[in-house]
Design a protein around this ligand. Structure first.
Ligand SMILES: [Cu+2]
Length: 159
């Protein structure tokens, strides 16, 4: 019995040491993170904004975007650019977004800026809005995945 207990303790120590080593290695390499996120529900789509910070030593590109929540229907997340032509503001599909080492890419409203737009089934969108938080997974070309959370507000609702 005593031997078994010793084995269990040894196994736990090994797991902790490996986890710490992996954590330290990941920290040392730097990472891509997203800060100051916000999402705005217009009634038909959700726009997602924030700062994507590339803390790694390499250029990273966003390969694909997924809505991480299970809302029973497919929602599409795409990168848009807001442009103004002859006084008319509209959005065009853009991307992929690539960010150089150490640089920050701003997702912001207004002409000249990019944002992430979530569209699709209206009921599924309403479900996301009802949760107050939208969750996205950004797949990067360095093989890592980034979970992005943004609190959803609805203009005119006072929230
Ligand atoms: Cu858009």
């Amino acid at each position: 019995m005593k031997n078994q207990k010793t084995l269990v303790i040894a196994a736990v120590i090994i797991v902790v040491v490996i986890a710490l080593a992996a954590y330290t290695m990941l920290q040392g390499e730097g990472e891509v993170r997203v800060e100051d996120t916000k999402a705005i529900y217009t009634g038909s789509v959700i726009g997602v904004y924030g700062s994507i910070i590339n803390g790694t030593d390499n250029t990273v590109c966003i390969e694909s975007l997924l809505v991480a929540e299970n809302v029973g229907a497919d929602l599409t997340a795409t990168i848009h650019k807001t442009v103004e032509e002859n006084g008319v503001v509209r959005m065009i599909p853009a991307g992929p977004i690539c960010i150089e080492a150490g640089e920050t890419f701003e997702l912001a409203p207004g002409p000249g800026n990019h944002h992430i737009m979530i569209s699709g089934d209206k009921n599924a969108l309403r479900q996301v809005v009802g949760d107050d938080v939208v969750e996205l997974v950004l797949k990067l070309d360095n093989g890592s995945e980034l979970l992005v959370k943004a609190i959803v507000s609805t203009p005119g609702s006072g929230s």
